[in-house]
Design a protein around this ligand. Sequence first.
Ligand code: FAD
Ligand code: SF4
Length: 512
Amino acid sequence: MSGCRHLVLLLGDQLDAQSSALKDIDPAQDVVLMVEAEQESTHVRSHKLRTALFLSAMRHFAQELRERGLQVHYRSLDRENDATLAAGLQAALATFQPRAVIGVEPGDLRVRAAIEAALTPGLPLDWREDTHFLCSIPRFARWAGRSKTLRMENFYRKMRQAFGVLMEGEEPAGGQWNFDADNRKGFGKAGPQGLPAPRVYVQDEITQDVLRLVDQRFADHPGDVARFNWPVTRAQALVALEDFIAHRLPHFGAHQDAMWTGMPFGWHALISSALNLKLLNPREVIAAAEQAWRERDLELASVEGFIRQVLGWREFIRGVYFLDMPGLADANHFDHHQPLPSWYWTGQTRMNCMRQSLTQTLETGYAHHIQRLMVTGMFGVLAQIEPQQLCDWYLGVYVDAVEWVELPNTAGMALFANGGRFTSKPYVASGAYIKRMSNYCQGCSYSPEQRTGPQACPMTNLYWYFLDTHREAFERNPRTALMAKNLARLDEAERQAIGEQARISLNDLDNL
Ligand SMILES: Cc1cc2nc3c(=O)[nH]c(=O)nc-3n(C[C@H](O)[C@H](O)[C@H](O)COP(=O)(O)OP(=O)(O)OC[C@H]3O[C@@H](n4cnc5c(N)ncnc54)[C@H](O)[C@@H]3O)c2cc1C
Ligand code: SF4
């Protein structure tokens, strides 16, 4: 079709059947454009499963749009072979010569800039709001106002009230907003009991074609396509949600922070990739959890703990991304510049907590929140790794990674690179925390209690060194004053020994 009315550009993470870009589409005059671009898998080294998930979900979504009677111009890597989104867009502009381009605001400002730069000068571009989210970008900015620090808990309470979630009149259900104290238990010596098996998704021809393509084209990227098992259609995403609500939500809260060897998924929802591709809508996820609580008499602590992640953290993190970019991408509060140890790409380290979390990530494209925050992320702060290097790693290796959600979580929450804009203290702890929350220390060459000496746990040693390095800041902050007090109990000789050992480790991170 030459000279169409609108070219409607849908990105790989905008697979929302209710998309604002589709609301006034006219199949007779408009064309939907979807582009598979090489650069989206290479600008950070993308895990094979992450690339496969995006491509398979995009191809399925294009098929569904065609079944709705829409005209879809789908540019695939094995046919048109576009190096970049911009190249694909420009080719489509030349073919269809639209009078305007319509799109949904991208969740990655790099992508937005590339699209804008690729347009023919003077061609109108209509960026529409991403109505997938409950809180729009302007609404979040109004809530944040001029505050220097932002607290998720305050935002979450407003969201509960505004959307009437888990409310009894004006009051929170159960008389409390937050049940954290009842959640976050370890497993004890016996380990996880009665864990339901993860759901297995059927791979149709579309998925199998994509897996072959990704395996050949990105042969040197991490991951093994034989491990692919993520929902790629709305139907599969709904199965994922139902599976979680039926089998894992009842115990979600209690075990949400616990880790165990050979237990990659625990009681977690495993829906972040489906949510971020927009195959699931957060409203239906929240409603399903609340309904299960009302009808099945589930523990409120579990249900509230889960809803807080979706209605609170997810919406909050997105608001922060748009509020604090572009500065957030370059933030480096502690001025850390260590290179990323090579074993982040192999899992080959003697630190068992890191080995388990990294191996699992490289095998499945998934790690749960505490593995990301308190193992691979915490090591990043303690080992003084440059935030941008670790952010690129997180963006590449997780199947649910898109910049709007990955960057604030990594730079802001895990690495404190923005100086505590939305966290009241750095998330740092010694190996004792990991010992309490997992069985990782049992299979480790190091000993979590030891601060110095050949068996000293690098997490523990670097934690104390970090406290010592930032002693004044820890003393000033009421949330960390106790940590500083504990440091003050160490004698000078011990502090010296901690420093010496830390410097040796920091000079040779690749050999830990
Ligand atoms: C360093 C770091 C990087 C992260 N990078 C990403 C990322 O790239 N993409 C991503 O979706 N999540 C990211 N998270 C948040 C969280 O780890 C994942 O959302 C979660 O592990 C996904 O697994 P699940 O679906 O089983 O979630 P559950 O643990 O079962 O939680 C339910 C849902 O809540 C939402 N959620 C929970 N915590 C967060 C959070 N902090 N921010 C946003 N949404 C949240 C997710 O949509 C998730 O599916 C990151 C966290 C950290 C600490
Ligand atoms: S001893 Fe230290 S390095 Fe080893 S698993 Fe425990 S916390 Fe990790």
